[in-house]
Design a protein around this ligand. Structure first.
Ligand SMILES: [Ca+2]
Length: 553
């Protein structure tokens, strides 16, 4: 993709060596050290001891003298994934010394774990003129912060040189993911993308395994077999309460509604799709007509609940034992395995219940699957005040954390035996569980400073050969059951999205629900599509294709 000004091969080199090699020229070393010292003695830094030696000690030109300088690193992390007093933030500097990193960590928290509130507070920090911290991890490259000049430009080459293992990892998982670290306006890279460890399509259709067993059924593989499932759920009282209160499938009022049904017809309403080398919107594709007619039949037969897409609750109704599947792209692979949190929530209300994940049922052309935005997770950026050496230092530190078992475990999970353990405590790999009282979401975030795999303040990038040891093999299998459907634009916001997207999506939802419930006729489909284009869809389609052409080809 990018022209690479390849220097020497650095792939197999360890970081301390890398730094030594790069810092070899004495002048560069002195310059780098004085910059580091300048950074570590900024005003406003209250804790002492940041520079244990004077800058003259660095003139000896050895890498060890570099690491004896304490490097102060300030950090603003999405959702406040770790706080200053969290176990991870407190413990990490001590462990890092062994690997040649002498750091002092400062978390700048925004006081909330709520995504919307966190983003709001972050934007307020930017617009109020606050200076950026050294590292900023975000859900996406924030336009306001970008325009305010918060981020240092980086390059793929810089990442490749400073974190060779992670660079290779990104290339392997999904090369176009660099796009979400780039400014859509001119393609400049500002952020290192991270991905979900379970891959781009990590949800599957989750069934009540005990209901399948009662019906003496295997998970349905076709629409026809799924209809048998729907019918049995309505008529055979699988929850045993003497009432016909069960349904086999539902969707709530949220994105991804009825995903498995549309997936069976090869389309992704609510997301962009690639067709004939063009980006098109899933909601207005002609296959939606067949899917809607099927859903209308199910609705008329009372095989799906009356509150579908309105009052129905995907998760709660499943946990309550009145819906037999968790669809709508809800079956998150690591959560539906026996040690997973969804299984625990289901069993809390339905002792003896269990979950079976299965590939979604196939449509007439053999299409199947549940869909989502893709492998995108977070983006790691650097404050615009940083010089390249400090950026390299931080990148190297993060690659070391991702590569070393003890650092990875600390930053992802906390301390084994105290905060977490393998689901099988005798095992040395496989599914992990948090231990009481750290099963509590807020306690885990505040006190330990960890959340779950694919999300971490202090391990924001990851290396497959390390992280797969902490994944349940069954979850990996589930995560690969519905391959192929994800947004080719990875959910990146278009310029005009704020103007049109919400209204258009509401319009689509209203029309779809109208057809399913009989308020609208499927014959109105063509005029529905026309109106979608004229109400802003045309502009969005143009922008989507432009984005695809400039960032993804
Ligand atoms: Ca019942």
């Amino acid at each position: 993709m990018k022209s690479t000004k390849t220097t020497k091969s650095t792939k197999s080199a360890k970081y301390p060596k890398n730094r030594k090699r790069r810092l070899c020229p004495v002048l560069a070393l002195i310059a780098a050290l004085s910059m580091l010292l300048a950074c570590s003695s900024q005003p406003g830094q209250t804790s002492g001891g940041e520079s244990t030696q004077g800058s003259q000690s660095g003139q000896q030109g050895s890498s060890s003298s570099v690491t004896e300088e304490t490097v102060h690193i300030s950090y603003m992390c999405t959702l406040d994934l770790a706080l200053q007093d969290s176990y991870v933030t407190q413990k990490l500097p001590e462990l890092l010394k062994k690997y040649g990193y002498n750091v002092e960590l400062e978390m700048r928290s925004l006081g909330t774990h709520d995504p919307a509130e966190w983003d709001q507070k972050f934007q307020l920090a930017v617009t109020s003129g606050e200076a950026p911290p050294d590292i900023i991890q975000l859900g996406a490259l924030n336009t306001i912060a970008l325009n305010a000049g918060w981020f240092a430009p980086i390059s793929e080459d810089l990442v490749k040189e400073s974190m060779p293992k992670y660079y290779e990892q990104v290339q392997k998982i999904y090369e176009p993911m660099w796009a979400w670290g780039k400014d859509p306006k001119d393609g400049t890279l500002y952020g290192i993308p991270s991905f979900n460890m379970y891959g781009p399509t990590r949800h599957t259709l989750a069934y009540r395994g005990d209901w399948l067993e009662q019906f003496d059924m295997e998970p349905p593989t076709t629409i026809e077999e799924f209809e048998v499932w729907l019918q049995k759920c309505r008529t055979e009282d699988p929850n045993g309460n003497g009432q016909a209160d069960e349904y086999g499938y539902t969707s709530q009022d949220a994105d991804g509604y009825l995903a498995e049904v549309f997936g069976a017809y090869g389309i992704m309403p609510g997301q962009w799709m690639l067709r004939d080398d063009k980006i098109v919107y899933g909601s207005i594709q002609p296959e939606a007509k067949d899917a809607l007619l099927l859903l209308k039949k199910w609705y008329d037969n009372d095989w799906i609940p009356k509150g579908i897409m309105t009052t129905a609750k995907r998760d709660n109704d499943f946990y309550a034992g009145i819906v037999g599947t968790m669809g709508q792209a809800g079956g998150y692979a690591p959560a539906i395995v026996p040690s997973g949190s969804y299984t625990a929530a289901l069993q809390a209300q339905n002792p003896g219940a269990y979950i079976v994940g299965a590939p979604s049922f196939k449509g007439p052309e053999g299409h199947y699957g549940t869909y989502e935005w893709g492998p995108k997770k977070y983006v790691l950026t650097f404050g615009s005040h940083l010089d390249e050496e400090k950026i390299r230092y931080i990148m190297g530190m993060f690659e070391t954390i991702a590569s070393e078992k003890e650092l990875f475990e600390l930053t992802m999970l906390g301390e084994r035996g105290v905060h977490w353990d393998f689901a099988d405590p005798e095992a040395e790999s496989g599914a992990t569980v948090f231990l009481e009282p750290y099963t509590d979401f807020t306690k885990k975030l505040n006190e330990v400073g960890v959340r779950e795999l694919s999300e971490s303040a202090w391990c924001p990038v990851w290396i497959e050969e390390v992280y797969t040891n902490y994944m349940d093999p069954l979850a990996i299998e589930y995560a690969n059951q519905n391959e192929g459907y994800f947004d080719p634009l990875l959910g990146i916001t278009l310029n005009s999205d704020p103007l049109y997207k919400e209204n258009l999506n509401n319009y689509v939802k209203e029309f779809y629900l109208g057809v399913i419930t009989g308020k609208n006729s499927i014959d109105e489909f063509d005029s529905f599509v026309e109106k979608w284009y004229s109400d802003g869809g045309e502009i969005l389609t143009q922008e989507a294709n432009q984005l695809y052409d400039t960032m993804f080809r």
